[in-house]
Design a protein around this ligand. Sequence first.
Ligand SMILES: Nc1nc2c(ncn2[C@@H]2O[C@H](COP(=O)(O)OP(=O)(O)OP(=O)(O)O)[C@@H](O)[C@H]2O)c(=O)[nH]1
Ligand SMILES: [Mg+2]
Length: 631
Amino acid sequence: MNTAVVHVHRGGPLVALVGNPNCGKTALFNRLTGSRQKVANYAGVTVERKEGRHTTAHGKSLRVLDLPGTYSLHPRSPDERVTTEVLQGQARGEKRPDLVVCVVDATNLRRTLRLVLGVKRLGLRCVVALNMTDQATQRGLRIDADALARALGVPVVPTVAVAPQGDAALRELLAHPETWTAPPAGAPAPTPDPAQHPEGDHAAVREILQQLNLDTLLPHTATDRIDAVVLHPVAGPLLLALVLFAMFQAVFLGSEAPTAWIEAGTAWVGEQVTAWLPEGAWRSLLVDGVIAGAGGVLAFLPQILVLFFFILSLEESGYLPRAAFLLDRMMGRVGLSGRSFIPLLSSFACAIPGIMATRSITDLRDRRVTMLLAPLMTCSARLPVYALLIGAFVPERTLAGGIGLRGLVLFGLYVAGIVGAGVIAWLLKRFTRAGRQVRPLMMELPTYHWPSPRNLALGLWQRATIFIKRVGGIILVLSIALWFLASFPAPPDGATGAAIHHSLAGRLGHAMAPLFEPIGFNWQICIALVPGLAAREVAVSALGTVYALSATGDDTAQALAPLIASQWSLATALSLLAWYVFAPQCIATLAALKRETGGWRLPVAATAGLFVLAWCASFAVYRLALFLGWG
Ligand SMILES: Nc1nc2c(ncn2[C@@H]2O[C@H](COP(=O)(O)OP(=O)(O)OP(=O)(O)O)[C@@H](O)[C@H]2O)c(=O)[nH]1
Ligand SMILES: [Mg+2]
C-alpha cells in the first residue's frame, strides 16, 4: 500500500510576535491568546516557538506565534535562529507569517527600531506594538505613536502587556480588515542583506528619533540607584550571598507548619484506611504503597513552594542578570562566562529547562559545558530527599545570630553541587584547548520592577500543580510498581522475617548491596536508588514503601524520618546526601541532553562520569564520618 505524507497548515492567518529579548513579547502573547507561557525579567526566557490562538472582535481566528527574542536577523545562537527561520519561511512545517507584530520596548527605541527596519525589509506585512508605554510615561518619555507610524511607514499601537486591557489597541488593529489587506510596506526581498544595511539602519533610526524629539539620553532612574549597591564590587557579592542564604533558611523555617499539617493529614488517612479495610494485599497496597509512598512525598510541597517563591521573585525583579554579572569574573576563572549563569540557575528548578535555556548561549563549547553542569545544580526534585534526611538527622537547633542549623546544612548541600560543577568546569578548561579562550560577557541589565503579586501567585499555583501531578502521576505509578515488586513473590511457607526479603525488589537490593556497602548503603537504600533514577522524589516514596514492608508483625507503623534516624548511622545519611549531590540525573534529563546535543555521546559520558563521581564522593564522606566516630 502506498502512503503519502501531506503537510497541512492549520487554518487561519499566522501572526508572529518578534522583537528584542525582554521587550514583553510573551506577556503580550499570553494576553492575546490566554496562554500561560513563562514571563520573566531577563533576556532569553523564551527559547522556542510557542503557538496560541486569538479570536478577533469580528470572530476571525488567528494563529499566533511567540518567538525567542533577537537583536538582529543574523542569528548567533540556536534560539535566535528559530526566529529568523520563521521570518524567512524556512521553519519546518510552518508557513511564512501573514503578519509580524514587532514588539518594541518604548524605553529603548534606539536599539529596538533597527529590528523593525530589518523585518520590513524582508517584505513581511508588519505592525508595531509600542510596549512598556507605562514605564516610558513614568520616566517622562512622550512618544507620539502616529508620528512614529508615519516615520516607519507601518501602523504603531501603544501597549502595556502587563496591564488588563493593555493590549486593547493591538486587538483592535488585528480585528481591522485593512491590517490584512493593505500591501506590505517596503520593497519585498526574499532574504535580508545584512552586510549592506546595519550602518544605514543606524542612521535611519537616529533620524527617526531626532524627528520625534527622542534622541536625548534618559536621566538617572531608580534602577541606576539600586545598581550602585547591587553591582558594587564589595556590597554586591555580599548581598548575593545573603539573598541565597536567606532562601535556604526560609525553605525550612517558612514551611514547618504546613508540612506538619500535610503529614498529619496523610497519617490520618492511613489510619482510616487501616481501620476500614481488613488485613491483606489491598490494605497493604493502599497503606504501604500509595500512602507511605506517594503520600509521603506530598509533605514536601510547602518547601518546594517556598523555594519557588524566591526563584520567581528573583526572576521577575530583574536581579538575575545582575547576579550573572557579579559572578562573571568568578565563572571566568573556571572557564565559563556569566552567560551560563541563568541556565544554571534555572536548573535549580529542574535541569530540563536549564538545558533548554542554554539555547541562548552563542558559543558551542560554552553551551555544551553548561549543559553538562546543569544536572549538578540541585533541582527541586532533590529537595524532598535532602529535606527528609536533614529532618531525620540534623537537630533543629539555632546557631549564633539566629541561623537555623537545618537551613545551613541545606545551603551547604547546594553549595557542594555548585563547587562540584566549578571543579569539573575548571578541569575541562585546563584540559581542553577551547576552554582557554576568554569570552567577554554581553548581557543586558533590565529595569528593576516589583514582581506582581498576581504573577507570583500564578507561578506558584503552576508549580504546585506540576508537583501534585507528579505525585499523582509518575510517583504514584512507581510507588505502586515498587509495592508489587517488593511484595511478590510471596515468601515460601515457613519463612521467617519480613516478606520483602523474598520479593523481587528485596533480591535486587541484596544483589546490589555489595557494590554500595563500601559507601555505607544498606539493601533498603539500594532498592530506593533504582526508581529514584526515574524521578528523584521517588527515592523518598520508595524508602517509605520499603521500610513499611520491612516491618515485621509486631513493629508498629512509624513515620519515615524517625524510623531511618533510628536505623541508619549518621555516616550512612551523610553518604546518601553526598550521593544525591552528584548522582546521575533522572532519565528525563538524559533525554533532554540527547535531544539538545543530537547524540548519545554527552548523555552517556555524563551518566558514567556522575556515577563514578557520586560513588567516590559518598565513599570519601562515609569514610571521613566513620573516622570521626559517626558510624
Ligand atoms: N511595566 C511593564 N512591564 C512589562 C510590560 N511588558 C512586559 N513587561 C515585563 O517585562 C519582562 C519581560 O517580559 P517577557 O514577556 O518575558 O519578555 P519577552 O520579550 O518574551 O522576553 P524573551 O522571551 O526573553 O525574549 C517581564 O518582567 C514582564 O513582566 C509592560 O508593558 N509594562
Ligand atoms: Mg518571551
